[in-house]
Write a protein that binds this ligand. Structure first.
Ligand code: TAP
Length: 798
């Protein structure tokens, strides 16, 4: 081996090592010791507690890096806060110049970064050189553009403030770019913690920031383990937390910062389906599997780790796959001919091995590529399981290694059922030559990113992020920018005067006065699945109106009532699939029917809340206009086509969350109800609403209006009762996909904490007062919060 003539005789691969001389020289020049980057300065590591950074390809120590303490985090946050004022006020063009300079400098040192990333992470140089680092540069270029345009394209928004960012080890520099580029473009400053296993490219990145003269404190990098990450997330002067990592840690962070008013985006794990129909281009799909699960050693959150093959072609497909696997090369990641390098650490190798053993014990048949693994280092032969049940460990748990599972399906319906049979919802890959079928599947699969006849395509211009327990928020594209901006109206909201919460009681009223004349004494039920429903507990509470007179009775709802309502909402799934025009028509009709009952509602408002006739008329008029506004938006607040790669259409679709919980305040009980429910249903969600506890009759009087407006049963459900008791059940419910809560600070904290179970998206008011009559109560912010963006990649051309 080694002689060209010998190689030509056998056509065997020869060794093709990439030089690491520059990286070694850099490590040596720094005496293999690194500290944090705080306020534009490197702290060094001397005298500090450090951890070792190991090259997983050969188990050698590359460097020692300082372990961040509470003081380090505090210093970094202080520096970021001090820098924020000036940085956020720079004209966008000035910020853009810095981002552009970062992109240029990364390109100039592309090879250095690629080699360093490979040595730190174990991924093959072919991937760091051709994918990771070019994408990093692309991300900074793209966001230099957003920096340029943010003032005009996002009018009415301003930067969030100081962002705490925590990233994983699988794409160390790329994840850093995904976090830092949009944050800076939007005018924020950051404190970022790289993963303990892979801190080195972040250090080299800090050098770039230094080189280009980025103002001190705009980017701060603090190294350390999970406890350092927790210190950053929990720091009281952080305004936003952006996290990429496991669902378990995402949940911990959600709980940790509940009630803090910090903005949060979570990019978490996945178990993404890779669906192959019998009419697929089979060779293309086989190559797709290679890129789906053996790219980056399978340590990819969006890896196509569950292969679903249509029954008729399964055996042929598996055979082709096995044949292709025979050609995979696993070994030294610095060798340019390697397809697969080392897993990130010995610990990860142990974790993957244990899960694979479990798969075998549970009856799965593992096929692994016939490769000889290097004797030293964390290598694992790529493989896939057959004979696995959908409920088996390897089908359910994210392996985060080069092992897929393969199962079969017969019909598209079965494929969708299997694809969605997971708590995650990050990505999906669909293979079929029938574009109608492929797009239908793309619409039905619950995933934030869908690739048709392709896989693992990433671009700064498209949003990336998950559904369900894969998190919320997007990175990349216009949708990603919103994660780093706050609407000005929301920033300015004052704290509401704290009044004792109204506590409804099922106890008899004793000497409560009955409304004068007794004209509007009514007993109302809940409204579930399009029908009035008695409260499960059989209790009602007295509704007090003007002068504390009893004006009616409302149901005292309980957990069971909420569960019934959620079930009814879940069954009304076709509403989201109705055309936007259909929804618009129904909402217009709702407005029309409400307008016919103006006098009745105005009277009820006056009797319930004690407002003047004029104020009641104004509230009614604005509520009516708002219904028409959202009817108008139903078919206009639509998605976009992103410019990503050539010969690809990348569709950014606004999809409803599904079932939303909506908890309304007491103020302006008709208008606030309409302001919250209408945008949600206009976008195709079904809602379970808890109306004002104090003034529930305005919402319950809407039943008849809803009933006569062709709104399908189950789209709007109303459960009356004690707000926070019902809100907790909604927040804890796993079938509720998102929750909006307008109420007290304590209630907001409770809702955020209770939402951790299925990591539902939350929008809480934190006890702040909204002026419902003003534009604060209406607009695109409500619509944006009522949808999640699904990016569908469709390649074209023969
Ligand atoms: P995690 O264990 O969740 O770690 C991610 C980061 O969080 C690391 O920097 C980690 O520190 C830090 N961390 C750990 N505990 C923390 C805490 N309590 N508070 C704050 N930070 C904490 O995940 P991982 O093992 O590194 O990465 C693999 C996971 O990331 C997979 O589940 C994968 O799917 C997911 N991932 C998702 C995406 C997207 S975009 N959705 C992208 C890449 C990876 P140390 O590790 O340094 O101790």
């Amino acid at each position: 081996m080694g002689q060209i003539k010998d190689i030509l005789r056998t056509m065997e691969y020869g060794p093709a090592p990439e030089s690491n001389i520059d990286v070694q020289a850099w490590l040596d020049a720094n005496k293999k010791g690194f500290g944090h980057f705080i306020n534009g300065k490197f702290t060094g590591s001397e005298g500090l507690k450090t951890f070792a950074v190991i090259n997983p390809a050969n188990a050698k120590v590359l460097a020692k890096v300082a372990n961040g303490t509470a003081e380090d985090v505090d210093a970094a946050v202080k520096a970021a806060r001090a820098a924020f004022g000036k940085w956020s006020k720079l004209p966008g063009h000035e910020r853009a110049k810095y981002l552009y300079a970062i992109a240029r400098h990364i390109q100039k040192r592309e090879r250095f970064f690629s080699v360093l990333e490979t040595m730190d992470n174990g991924k093959p140089i072919r991937e760091t050189r051709d994918i990771d680092i070019p994408l990093v540069a692309r991300h900074f270029y793209h966001h230099a553009g957003w920096g340029e345009m943010v003032e005009t394209e996002f009018e009415g928004f301003s930067p969030v403030g100081v962002c705490g960012q925590v990233i994983p080890w699988n794409f160390p520099l790329l994840m850093l770019a995904w976090k830092i580029a949009p944050a800076l473009a939007a005018g924020n400053t950051v404190v970022l913690k790289p993963a303990e296993l892979t801190p080195l490219t972040a250090i080299a990145f800090a050098e770039v920031c230094h080189e280009i003269g980025l103002p001190a404190g705009v980017v701060n990098i603090v190294h350390g383990d999970g406890s350092t990450g927790a210190l950053i997330c929990g720091h009281e002067d952080i305004d936003k937390v952006a996290f990429t990592g496991s669902t378990e840690v995402g949940r911990i962070i959600r709980e940790q910062i509940a009630g803090s008013e910090k903005k949060l985006s979570l990019e978490l794990g996945g178990k993404s389906p890779f669906i192959v129909f019998e009419d697929a281009d089979m060779d293309g799909a086989v190559e797709g599997v290679v890129d789906a699960i053996w790219f980056n050693q399978g340590e990819v959150c969006c890896a196509g780790s569950r292969i679903l093959v249509q029954e008729g072609i399964a055996e042929r497909f598996y055979n082709k796959l096995r044949k292709r696997m025979e050609t995979l090369r696993v070994g030294d990641p610095l060798d340019k001919t390697m397809d697969i390098g080392a897993l990130v650490s010995a610990g990860q190798l142990k974790r993957v091995s244990a899960l694979v053993e479990r798969g075998k014990v549970e009856g799965g048949t593992l096929w692994q590529a016939p490769v000889t693994l290097p004797a030293k280092g964390s290598y694992f032969a790529p493989g896939f399981f057959t004979d696995v049940e959908p409920a088996s460990t390897v089908c359910e748990v994210e392996i985060f290694g080069p092992v897929a599972t393969a199962t079969t399906f017969r019909t598209p319906d079965e494929a969708i059922a299997l694809a969605n049979n997971t708590k995650y919802g990050l990505a999906a890959s669909i293979w079929s030559e029938n574009i109608n079928l492929a797009l239908d599947m793309a619409a039905r699969v619950k995933a934030g990113v869908v690739w048709i006849n392709s896989t693992n395509l990433l671009d700064a211009g498209a949003g990336f992020g998950g559904y369900r327990e894969s998190g919320f928020g997007r990175e990349g594209g216009r949708e990603g920018l919103y994660e780093y901006l706050t609407a000005d109206w929301e920033k300015r909201l004052p704290l509401a005067k704290s009044e004792p919460a109204f506590k409804p009681s099922a106890a008899p009223d004793g000497d409560a006065k009955v409304a004068a004349g007794g004209t509007i004494d009514r007993t109302v039920k809940n409204y579930v699945g399009g029908k009035q429903a008695r409260p499960d507990g059989g209790y009602s509470y007295s509704v007090l109106g003007k002068g504390e007179q009893v004006i009616g009775q409302a149901g005292l709802g309980n957990r069971k009532d909420i569960r019934n309502a959620v079930e009814a909402a879940a069954k009304a799934g076709t509403w989201g699939g109705a055309t936007a025009h259909n929804r618009a028509q129904v909402l217009y009709y709702l407005g029309e029917n409400l307008s016919a009952r103006q006098a009745e509602f105005e009277e009820l408002l006056a009797i319930s809340t004690g407002v003047s006739a004029k104020a009641a008329a104004e509230e009614f008029a604005v509520a009516l206009r708002r219904i028409f506004y959202y009817a108008a938006q139903a078919d206009k607040y639509d998605g976009a086509v992103h410019s990503t790669k050539s010969r690809h259409v990348t569709l950014a679709m606004n999809e409803p969350w599904g079932v939303m919980g909506i908890v309304c305040p007491d103020e302006l009980p008709l208008l606030s109800f309409v302001s919250l429910v209408l945008p949600a249903i206009a976008m195709g969600n079904r809602v379970v609403t808890v109306p004002s506890t104090r003034h529930p009759l305005l919402a319950t009087s809407l039943y008849q209006v809803i009933d006569t407006s062709d709104l399908p049963g189950g789209v709007v459900n109303i459960v009356t009762g004690e707000r926070d008791v019902l809100a907790r059940t909604l927040a804890e419910h796993d079938e509720v996909d998102a929750i909006w809560y307008v109420g007290s600070k304590e209630g907001s904290t409770m809702v955020e904490k209770a939402s951790c179970g299925n990591l539902k998206a939350t929008w809480v008011s934190n006890g702040r007062q909204r002026d419902w009559l003003s534009p604060q109560g209406q607009g695109k912010d409500y619509l944006r919060r009522a949808v999640q963006v699904k990016n569908i990649w469709v390649p074209y051309g023969e």
